[in-house]
Design a protein around this ligand. Structure first.
Ligand SMILES: [Zn+2]
Length: 126
């Protein structure tokens, strides 16, 4: 009889949704917040990767230290590729040879390049 009553209590939902529902709601909210928190950390880690940083390291920093702090640091740091001058190749706006995006002088035609050149190149329609 005792076993049957325990099973019955477990299977049948309580008639009064008191502490059980409150616990369930709390659990859902907590799980939801944790999921959002982890998702934010993942986004920060992805942003870090986009800037040539370590995914795991920045996920750990945002997760264990502060996502806000990590986001601010990642937003303000210079991409490693740019620091090394090893960013993706872009065509020179003068001679169209592939040169590094961070280059200040084209290694083919010797034209001094400014960042504006690439922006002009993109917006040029004539
Ligand atoms: Zn050139």
């Amino acid at each position: 009889m005792r076993t049957a009553s325990i099973i019955g209590a477990a299977a049948r939902p309580p008639t009064s949704y008191g502490p059980e529902l409150a616990t369930l709601v709390t659990l859902v909210v907590v799980v939801g917040l944790v999921a959002v928190y982890v998702w934010v950390c993942v986004l920060i880690a992805r942003a870090a990767v986009a800037k040539g940083r370590s995914y795991r390291a920045w996920f750990a920093i945002s997760f264990f230290v502060s996502p806000i702090l990590a986001a601010i640091i990642i937003a303000s740091v210079t991409p490693i590729a740019q620091v090394r001058g090893a960013s993706a190749l872009v065509p020179c706006p003068r001679c169209a040879e592939p040169i590094r995006e961070a280059a200040s002088v084209c290694r083919f035609c010797g034209t001094e390049l400014e960042e504006d050149d690439f922006e002009l190149d993109e917006s040029e329609t004539e």
